[in-house]
Design a protein around this ligand. Structure first.
Ligand code: B12
Length: 354
C-alpha cells in the first residue's frame, strides 16, 4: 500500500498542473469546444478535471476501485441529465491519463492507469440508473412521499405539521429521522443529480428539514444520561452536517452527552475539543470522497496526542457506505452505515474497551 499512498500523494501535489495540462490538451484536440462553451466552459472543464483527479487520488489511496467506479457512474448520470456529450468526459479522462503518463514515474503511473482503464470500460456501457430512495416497501413510504411533496411545493409549514402529527400519533422520532428525513434528503440529492430540481430547491428542502429536526429537540434531549460522552463533527471542507448530526442525536436519545461541532471543522480544533471534553468517543463524518484524506490526518493527529490517543474513533458517511473496507484503511476503530447501527457498534466498542 506504500506505493499506492505515494501515487496518491504525487497526484494531489501536482493536481492543478496535471489538470491544467490535461485541459490544454483537450482543447488542443477539440478547438471547437472554445466556441461551443466559451471561457466559462474552459473553467468548468478545469474544475471537472480537478474533481476527477481528487476522486482518483482518494480511490488510489484507499486501494478502492469501488470508490472511483461510483464516482464515474455519478459523473456519467450528471452529464447525461444535463445533455453534455459523454465524449467530453471520456476525452477529459483520456487527456488526464496521457498527462499522468508523462509526469508520474512509471511504477506510480501503472497504479493510476488501472483505475482510469476501468473507467473507460465502465463508460462503454450505460450509467446505472439510481432508483428512487423512497421505494414502495419503505417503512414510512406514504409519510416520506407526502413530506417530499410539501417541501418541493415550497410548503414547509405543511411539512412541519405532517411530522408533528406523526410524532403525536406515536411514530418514533428515530423512525422519522431514518425513514423520512434521511430518505427524503437522499431523494432530493438524486433529483438534483438528474437535473429534475434546482440547487435552490435542494437548499430549501435541506434548510426546512434542519429547522424541523430542531423542533424535535424537546423529545431528543429528554432521556436519562448514561455517563458517556462523545464529540461529533465533519472534517475541514465538508459541508454535509445532517448525517453526523443525526447520528449524534441518536446517541443523545440513548443517554450519551453529545458535543456536536457541525460542518467544516479544522483538525486542531477537533483534537483540542476531544481532550477538553474528555470524550469517550469521536464521531467523524465525510460525504465528499476527497475529504477522506482529512479524516485520515485527523485520526493520525488524535493518536499522536498522548491525551487523546486512547479515544475510540468511529467514521461514516457517503464514501464509507460506498467502500465498506475504507474505514480500516484509514485506521478508524469502527464505521457504520446509519445512525441506528452506529449505536450498536459503539456500544460494543466502548464495552469491550472498558
Ligand atoms: C444537502 C446536501 C448538500 C448541502 C449540505 C448542507 C448541510 N447543511 O448539511 C450542500 C448544499 C452544502 C451540499 C454541497 C455539495 N454537495 Co451535496 N448533497 C446534499 C444531499 C442532497 C443530502 C445530504 C444529507 O443531508 N443526507 C442525509 C443524511 C442523514 O445521510 P448521510 O449523510 O448519508 O448520513 C447517514 C449515514 O451516512 C451515516 N453517517 C454519516 N456520517 C456519519 C458519521 C459517523 C461517525 C457514523 C458512524 C455514521 C455516519 O449515518 C447517517 C444517519 O443515518 C446529498 C445526497 C445524498 N445522497 O446524501 C448531496 C450529495 C452528497 N452532494 C453532492 C455534491 C456533488 C455536492 C457538491 C460538490 C455540489 C457542488 N457542486 O457544489 C457540494 C460539496 C460541498 C462540500 N464541500 O462539502 C453529491 C456527491 C456525489 C458524489 N459522487 O460524491 C450528492 C450525493 C448529491 C448527488 N446525488 O449528486 N450538499
Amino acid at each position: 500500500m506504500a506505493k499506492h499512498k505515494r501515487t496518491a500523494e504525487l497526484i494531489y501535489k501536482h493536481e492543478l498542473d496535471i489538470a491544467t495540462a490535461a485541459v490544454d490538451l483537450h482543447y488542443l484536440r477539440h478547438p471547437e469546444l472554445e466556441a461551443r462553451y466559451g471561457a466559462a466552459g474552459r473553467a468548468k472543464c478545469l474544475q471537472d478535471a480537478r474533481y476527477h483527479l481528487a476522486y482518483l487520488a482518494e480511490a488510489v489511496l484507499a486501494g478502492s476501485t469501488l470508490l472511483f467506479k461510483d464516482y464515474i457512474n455519478w459523473a456519467q448520470q450528471m452529464l447525461a441529465s444535463r445533455l453534455v456529450p459523454l465524449s467530453d468526459l471520456v476525452t477529459n479522462i483520456n487527456c488526464i491519463k496521457e498527462v499522468l503518463a508523462q509526469r508520474l514515474p512509471i511504477e506510480h503511473y501503472i497504479i493510476a492507469a488501472k483505475y482510469l482503464n476501468n473507467a473507460f470500460i465502465q463508460l462503454e456501457g450505460e450509467a446505472e440508473e439510481t432508483a428512487s430512495f423512497i421505494s414502495e416497501n419503505a417503512p414510512l413510504q406514504t409519510l416520506a412521499n407526502a413530506y417530499l411533496y410539501y417541501l418541493l411545493a415550497g410548503n414547509r409549514h405543511q411539512a412541519y405539521r405532517l411530522i408533528m402529527d406523526a410524532v403525536e400519533n406515536n411514530v418514533p422520532v428515530k423512525d422519522i429521522y431514518l425513514h423520512v428525513f434521511q430518505l427524503v434528503q437522499y431523494e432530493i440529492g438524486r433529483l438534483w443529480q438528474l437535473n429534475k430540481i434546482s440547487v435552490a430547491q435542494e437548499h430549501y428542502c435541506t434548510a426546512a428539514t434542519q429547522m424541523i429536526m430542531s423542533q424535535l429537540y424537546s423529545i431528543i434531549f429528554n432521556t436519562e444520561r448514561n455517563g458517556y460522552k462523545l464529540v461529533a463533527t465533519c472534517v475541514a471542507g465538508d459541508l454535509h452536517e445532517i448525517g453526523v448530526r443525526m447520528v449524534a442525536d441518536f446517541f443523545e436519545m440513548e443517554g450519551w452527552d453529545t458535543y456536536f461541532l457541525g460542518a467544516n471543522t479544522p483538525i486542531e480544533s477537533i483534537v483540542r475539543t476531544v481532550q477538553e471534553q474528555n470524550a469517550d468517543l469521536l464521531l467523524v463524518s465525510a460525504t465528499m470522497t476527497y475529504h477522506v484524506r482529512a479524516i485520515a490526518d485527523l485520526i493520525e493527529a488524535v493518536r499522536a496526542n498522548k491525551e487523546t490517543a486512547h479515544i475510540k474513533i468511529m467514521v461514516g458517511g457517503y464514501p464509507f457506505n460506498t467502500a465498506p473496507e475504507l474505514w480500516k484503511t484509514i485506521g478508524a476503530d469502527a464505521c457504520s452505515t446509519n445512525a441506528q447501527h452506529a449505536i450498536e457498534v459503539a456500544t460494543k466498542l466502548i464495552t469491550v474497551a472498558a
